[in-house]
Design a protein around this ligand. Structure first.
Ligand code: SF4
Length: 398
């Protein structure tokens, strides 16, 4: 997929824009004034693969907690600030890697200039943007109702304020809860400015409905090549946001983190309990971060075909199943042994892929892609998970 070329910014050690891998981010739901709870949630997000974590900074106590949080996590930390420029300055002092604020709502030009100067001195980007729920009265007067044009107009206003101060480390968002409005807004703004886009369907809803809505919205936007970092907004444990984010990117072939499970829905032809088997395989695969494709299929109609094109597959028959490894049948097992037999082969393939990743890194000549530790790998990540990062802004990873 051709991606719109944007200016690259650096959020801590995570590059965003300019062809860098689309970063998955989330936001904590804990009280930021409680560092222990906030750190615990960010570590859980890291274990799920989050690459950037945002926290709300509503007051000075929350701002004062930022250094203690930052010291105990492994992914870049973003401070979400509204109205009070002093909180932005405190967050910068506290070592955050990015600010999310709108210059238009933190007061006088002097105050905005001070924040921009301090952010620039530290190499800290600022995300600006509009959200359909917080359009200004002026914009609502101008456009009547919230609409894509109002979102874009608002975001461009915020961008101009920073550009006028010679600040260009900008990330932009134009979020709506309406999919069509969000698609129009992101498409329009991506044609009008060079900065990387943080994409999301805001206030998408609860786990099930919100995930579907986000997948539809982000799928439409990302498939146009638009978007440099994503956040799925769900009214649930934010770990679910991270899992959903990676599934969206995997479905579009934009990122490859963790296994891909192909499972048939079962039907009257299946002779084994394929739904139970697929669910248990999915649960066990969640332990892996290596991209391995596994197919769990119910019968001979589509089973052998899907199983053959996966890294591993099981195609079931009457009370039994064939296990395929990269297109070759490696075992024929009774139903009771299928799960363990398949997972044993998964373990082998995962180890092979990890060894391949290390080999390709060792063999890469100077200037070629090199293997680095994935963001968030320290401490909570499974050993052996690597991301292939090309210095020129490639999007490949393993
Ligand atoms: Fe039914 Fe077989 Fe298709 Fe599964 S693979 S849905 S069991 S026909």
């Amino acid at each position: 997929m051709d991606r719109t070329k944007t200016r690259r910014v650096q959020i801590g050690r995570v590059p965003v824009g300019g062809g860098a891998p689309i970063a998955v981010q989330s936001m904590t739901t804990t009280d930021t004034r409680d560092p222990d709870a906030t750190v615990a949630q960010i570590l859980a997000l890291e274990a799920a693969g989050v690459e950037i974590a945002r926290v709300a900074v509503p007051d000075r106590t929350a701002a004062a907690a930022l250094p203690a949080i930052k010291a105990r996590i492994h992914v870049p930390l973003v401070a979400d600030i509204h109205f009070d420029y002093r909180l932005a300055l405190a967050a910068l002092e506290g070592g955050v890697d990015k600010l999310r604020l709108n210059p238009g709502n933190i007061g006088s030009e002097d105050r905005v200039r001070t924040v921009a100067r301090e952010a620039k001195a530290r190499g800290v980007p600022i995300r600006v943007g509009a959200n359909v729920g917080s359009l200004s009265k002026e914009m609502l007067r101008k456009y009547g109702d919230p609409c894509a044009a109002a979102l874009v107009d608002s975001a461009l206003d915020e961008i101009r304020i920073l550009e006028d101060l010679d600040f260009h480390d900008i990330v932009v968002s134009v979020k709506a809860s309406d999919v069509e409005m969000a698609l129009d807004a992101y498409t329009s703004i991506s044609e009008q400015m060079p900065y990387p886009l943080h994409v999301g369907i805001t206030e998408a809803g609860t786990t099930w409905a919100g995930t579907v809505k986000s997948a539809v919205g982000l799928g439409a936007i990302l498939s146009r090549g638009i978007g440099d970092t994503i956040r799925i907004s769900l009214a649930t444990d934010p770990v679910e946001e991270v899992k959903a984010g990676f599934e969206v990117l995997k479905a579009l072939g934009l990122r490859m983190r963790g296994p891909i499970l192909v499972a048939c829905p079962s039907c009257g032809r299946a002779d084994v309990d394929i739904v139970a088997l697929a669910q248990e395989v999915e649960r066990r695969l969640a332990a892996y971060t290596v991209p391995v494709k596994v197919a769990v299929m119910g019968c001979a109609v589509n089973g052998p075909g899907e199983a053959r094109v996966a890294d591993l597959g099981v195609a079931c028959g009457r009370g039994m199943g064939l296990i395929f490894k990269r297109g070759r049948i490696v075992a024929s097992l009774p139903e009771a042994e299928l799960l363990e037999g398949l997972m044993k082969e998964v373990e082998v393939v995962v180890r092979e892929k990890q060894a391949e990743a290390v080999d390709s890194a060792v063999l890469a000549p100077a200037g070629r892609p090199a293997v680095r530790s994935a963001p968030g790998q320290h401490g909570t990540r499974a050993a052996g998970h690597h991301v292939i990062e090309s210095g020129g802004g490639g999007n490949a990873e393993s």
